[in-house]
Design a protein around this ligand. Sequence first.
Ligand SMILES: CC(C)(COP(=O)(O)OP(=O)(O)OC[C@H]1O[C@@H](n2cnc3c(N)ncnc32)[C@H](O)[C@@H]1OP(=O)(O)O)[C@@H](O)C(=O)NCCC(=O)NCCS
Length: 172
Amino acid sequence: MSAPSRVRLRPATETDIPDLERWDREPHVLACMGKEAEEGPADWHAELAFYAQCGEVLIAELDDRSIGVLQIIDPNRDPSQYWGEMAPGYRAIDIWIGEADLLGQGHGTAMMRQALARCFAVPEVEAVLIDPLESNTDAIRFYRRLGFRDVGPRRFDEDDCLVLKFDRADFG
Ligand SMILES: CC(C)(COP(=O)(O)OP(=O)(O)OC[C@H]1O[C@@H](n2cnc3c(N)ncnc32)[C@H](O)[C@@H]1OP(=O)(O)O)[C@@H](O)C(=O)NCCC(=O)NCCS
C-alpha cells in the first residue's frame, strides 16, 4: 500500500495573496497561462471575490508549506461564461504548483485526486473539465495519466487549448 499523501487542500484566503503573486511570476507558471500572462499580474483580491460567487480557490499544503493552487469553478454559475452556456453538473479545474523545486514529485497527482473527490462529492456533478494549452504537452500527459479523456481542441479567446473530461463513471 502506498504511503498517505502529505498534501492537503484548504480554502485560500487573503493571507495567501503574497504567495499567489510570487507564483504568478515563476516562468513555469507563466508558460501555462497563454495570453493571460501578457495581460499583467492577476488581481488576487478580485480573483478570490470572483471565485466566491461560483467556485473555490484552494491552496495545497505540503506539511505546513503552501506549494500550489487549484481553482474549481461551476461553469453554469460563472458570470463570465468562460465555458459558454453550460448546463448544471460540471466543474472545471485549473491547477499549478508554484514552487518550482516541487514539480514532478507526485504532488500534482495528489492535488488532482483530492480535487476530483471534492468535485464528485457533490451528487449533481457528472464530469470535470480541464483546458490546458495545446502546447502544454507535459500537463496533457499528466491529465491523461490521471484518467482524463480527450474531448477535443477548443479556442478560448486567443488560446488554442485541448479540452479533457473526467466522467463520474470513471471515478472510483
Ligand atoms: C501540471 C502539474 C500540476 C503536475 O503536477 P506535478 O506534481 O508536477 O506532477 P506529478 O509529479 O504528479 O506527475 C508528473 C507529471 O506531471 C507532468 N508535468 C507537467 N508539467 C510539469 C513540469 N513543469 N515539471 C514536471 N512535470 C510536469 C508530466 O507529465 C509528468 O510526467 P512525466 O514524468 O511523464 O513527465 C505541475 O507540473 C505544474 O504545476 N506545472 C506547471 C503549471 C501547469 O502546467 N499547470 C497546468 C495548467 S493546464
